[in-house]
Ligand binder design. Sequence first.
Ligand SMILES: CC(C)(COP(=O)(O)OP(=O)(O)OC[C@H]1O[C@@H](n2cnc3c(N)ncnc32)[C@H](O)[C@@H]1OP(=O)(O)O)[C@@H](O)C(=O)NCCC(=O)NCCS
Length: 125
Amino acid sequence: MSERSLAPPNIELEESYRIGREGVETVGLRLVVDNDKVGEMVVKMRADKATLFIDEIQIEKKYRRKGFGTQLLRHAEDIAKGCRLTRIELRPFTTDESSMSTPLLRQWYSKIGYSGTRNSMYKAC
Ligand SMILES: CC(C)(COP(=O)(O)OP(=O)(O)OC[C@H]1O[C@@H](n2cnc3c(N)ncnc32)[C@H](O)[C@@H]1OP(=O)(O)O)[C@@H](O)C(=O)NCCC(=O)NCCS
């Protein structure tokens, strides 16, 4: 076994961009493991709302089903708490049917604590 495989992975969440416009702050985040891009997430926050909105979340195909998507959602919770927001919201529609159908995607969010309707799911944090 190589020395590298024994070392714990170096996991980083990088901010790729931040745009503030008309009271809405949009932040692009990149999950990087051992210098390889694993996935990304885009979150939006409005100055007058206590909700963090997840606009996009995606994991690169080769890294799916390894827990990284769940990890990104946990990061979203940490960001929300850090900004004193009390709720996370998203639209549960798949952008890649080859990974998960929309019904499976909704089940995935439910497993992580999200509830709501077909069009919108949320979690208190
Ligand atoms: C949704 C997405 C981010 C999940 O990322 P991920 O890293 O694969 O998720 P996790 O590893 O944390 O969780 C995977 C779990 O989802 C469920 N799941 C994923 N694919 C599944 C499938 N084809 N069939 C059944 N369950 C599935 C399982 O519960 C699985 O857990 P398990 O592997 O222990 O059985 C990823 O599939 C993705 O990038 N999809 C395309 C983009 C997209 O549609 N984003 C959502 C926009 S709202």
